[in-house]
Design a binder for this molecule. Sequence first.
Ligand SMILES: *Cc1c(COP(=O)(O)O)cnc(C)c1O
Length: 354
Amino acid sequence: MTDTLQIDIHPIEKSRIDTIDFDNLIFGRSFSDHMLSVDYQNGEWQTPQIIPFGDITFSPAMMSLHYGQAIFEGMKAYKSESGEILVFRPEENWKRLNKSAERMCMPAVTEEIFMEGLSELLRLDSAWIPAKEGCSMYIRPFMFSTDGYVGVSPSKGYKFMIFTCPVGAYYTKPIRVRVETKYIRAAHGGVGFSKNAGNYGASLYPTKLATDAGYDQIIWTDASEHQYVEEAGTMNLLFVIDGKLVTAPTGDTILDGVTRKSVIQVARDFGMEVEERQLSIKELTEGITSGRVQEAFGAGTAAVIAPIATIGFDGVDYELPAQSANSFSRRVFTEIDNIKTGKIADTRGWVMTI
Ligand SMILES: *Cc1c(COP(=O)(O)O)cnc(C)c1O
């Protein structure tokens, strides 16, 4: 990519990198030296700034705090063995950010600002990208309304930002999930397909009830009948049933995950049959009992692939078989990880090299 966009860069005076213990990274707690910040004013994006990571000031009346115009993305960058910076499918995140923006009455971010801002930021903080196995640079692009105004309406001003976090593994062992049949994440006509902050605020309470009961996450079911599985917390949910990959179709209630679509593509390339269809709790629990359901796992950028050990429903814990070296979830993880880190050829055009 040729860099044509003007970006004002204000580098830090002294890097904080020495204060980070790269052998014990806790997910989402360490932030790299710089961040990208771009203001939207008078109907257009202003010159992007790269500035030291740090606090920002705002009006107590800032509209995003009151009326929820706040959206985000999550993606990852890796260091290849030869030291190149590799970003996994960032155009997908850029497109999805703009889908979320449209639903929330926010301006679209240009591809130039997103990609060149990201590239420049990663170049500047490239020393922060962990090269260690299982580690990566988590990238958090986000946008929020900035006007100080009391009144429910779209803001005129916005800020688009990106910061980055060196991270280790999100989950370290197979997870326990509980089927949620009272609270909902998304209904038809709502904002479930959009990565807007309010969705996550609404998920905290039911998730807390599940974690208090000894589970790691919840499985969301459809809002009208609570019969069909939708997602696992902030991951898409996939199953291997009778040797086929089964996952709910994305629509307005399910987030169109980049990891999910990558897993589906790899499954097809492995010669596996893929069914995007509704899966009822009944079929799931009966299938686990009879052994037809061979695998269950969550898929999302943060955890990548999170194998599920236990699914709790109606007071019963249904136990999935342990993952083996031959499990699809293990093989697909390895394939995607090898592409992301440049260990095998990127035949699908998924990696942006900076
Ligand atoms: C972000 C997210 C996902 C996963 O999407 P990826 O693009 O794979 O990271 C799935 N479900 C929800 C609700 C999410 O917020």
